[in-house]
Write a protein that binds this ligand. Structure first.
Ligand SMILES: Cc1cc2nc3c(=O)[nH]c(=O)nc-3n(C[C@H](O)[C@H](O)[C@H](O)COP(=O)(O)OP(=O)(O)OC[C@H]3O[C@@H](n4cnc5c(N)ncnc54)[C@H](O)[C@@H]3O)c2cc1C
Length: 386
């Protein structure tokens, strides 16, 4: 598989890297401490084309690739994990399903403002009684002739406090399991749409995680996304892309932590020499660097498969997310250890990276769920009779 970047991909990567270094990184500590949602960065990313990297130019996007988009998520997350997930949830979880399943009218109406960053997107699948078991939805939708009506509560919606457009998954008949689920494009100013509790979190504190409460929420019929009763497929296919974004986010956080660790051990002296001279420290650096490179290769493979579009890449996306989030967690732990007690103090960025990276093993399917998905695919592919 060839991962050589095209000129356009390189341009996206350079743009993201420069923006991350000059605009995002200087704000990261303040955003973490205050939990302020960086709406100004969203708008600036929009102006730079980063909010619609692989949306066709004809629909207002940068017309580039999923590969470039994921490299951008990595660079932004390296500077600030909160800003990274704002970009990732917007693109992977809202823009992508509209691009893949939307009618021409839906694409024209929604993708242009989303790709320019004038509007922000979100994805609302999780509910109080439905997490890993994502087809067990209680949010109901009913056909009211002129429109659909939504009732229910969605939980943990990333970008929820600021999103203008939310892809909501709801069921018309709970007895039908996943076959009863449909996807709807819901605007925040539709009657009956309300934002609920905003969560206070261990990490990615400047990202917004909220409830969304739907009370007789009126959705125009033309806002059904994909076919009636096919919403669960839309949700799962969306996660095939989203999990590559979380892998990229994890790698970005892990790389930031490793860089901070390396910088620290080169300057901090104990026993009359830099800590970097100690083999115990060098082995932590070697393991972290190797695992993050391996994670990046898995991420690039999944992103390339998405761009090629020849087949589903569910297994490869789950592998990238599982390995990257676990490896980045270990890298952040090693980087904190290399800092000694200073790593536990909030004046050092590694303390933030250690907290931020933890979410990558949880959202868009926990590590356990990734293993369930990978094993199911491997068993399906196997030609050996069971
Ligand atoms: C900050 C944040 C942002 C989020 N953003 C979004 C969003 O934008 N949109 C959205 O829809 N959701 C979002 N989520 C929800 C997230 O995807 C879920 O929290 C996650 O999928 C896990 O579901 P749960 O929390 O209900 O845990 P549970 O499903 O209750 O799982 C609890 C534990 O049991 C394990 N477990 C469950 N089932 C199995 C199984 N079959 N085999 C082995 N182990 C299992 C899990 O791995 C986990 O360790 C977000 C969550 C957080 C915390």
């Amino acid at each position: 598989m060839d991962f050589t970047l095209s000129d356009t991909e390189q341009l996206v990567l350079d743009t993201a890297r420069e923006f991350a270094l000059n605009k995002v990184k200087p704000l990261a500590r303040e955003l973490d401490r205050t939990g302020r949602f960086p709406l100004e960065l969203v708008r600036e990313m929009g102006e730079l084309g980063l909010m619609g990297v692989y949306v066709p130019e004809t629909l207002g996007g940068a017309g580039c690739s999923a590969l470039a988009y994921n490299m951008a998520v990595l660079e932004i997350s390296k500077a600030c994990a909160s800003t990274g997930v704002i970009l990732s949830a917007h693109t992977s979880l809202c823009v992508d399903p509209i691009l893949k399943n939307g009618t021409d009218a839906q694409k024209e109406k929604y993708l242009r403002p989303l790709a320019s960053g004038q509007k922000l997107g979100a994805y609302a699948l999780t509910e109080p009684a439905s997490g890993s078991d994502a087809s067990h939805l209680d949010t109901m939708f009913a056909d009211r002739g002129t429109h659909y009506e939504l009732n229910g509560t969605k939980l943990f919606v990333t970008n929820g406090g600021f999103a203008d457009v939310v892809i909501v998954y709801a069921t018309s008949d709970k007895t039908q399991g996943h076959k009863g689920i449909s996807a709807l494009i819901v605007e925040a100013d539709f009657p009956g749409f309300a934002r609920g509790k905003s969560e206070h979190k261990l990490g990615i504190r400047a990202s917004s995680t909220t409830e969304i409460i739907l009370t007789n929420c009126e959705v125009p019929k033309e806002n059904l996304l994909g076919a009636l009763g096919k919403g669960f497929s839309v949700a799962l296919e969306t996660l095939d892309g989203g999990r590559i974004g979380i892998a990229s986010q994890a790698i970005g956080i892990g790389r930031a932590a490793l860089e901070a660790g390396v910088k620290h051990v080169k300057t901090r002296e104990q026993f009359g020499a830099p800590l970097a001279n100690l083999q115990a420290i060098q082995f932590m650096i070697a393991d972290s660097a190797t695992e993050l490179d391996a994670a990046e290769l898995l991420m690039l493979r999944a992103a390339k498969l998405k761009d090629l579009g020849q087949r589903r890449h569910t297994k490869e996306s789950a592998m990238a997310k599982l390995f990257a989030s676990e490896a980045a967690g270990r890298a952040c732990d090693c980087a904190l250890q290399m800092h000694g007690g200073y790593g536990f103090i909030e004046d050092y960025d590694v303390e933030r990276h250690y907290r931020d990276v933890r979410i990558c093993r949880l959202y868009e399917g926990t590590s356990e769920i990734q293993r369930v998905v990978i094993a199911a695919n491997v068993l399906k592919e196997s030609v050996v009779p069971l």
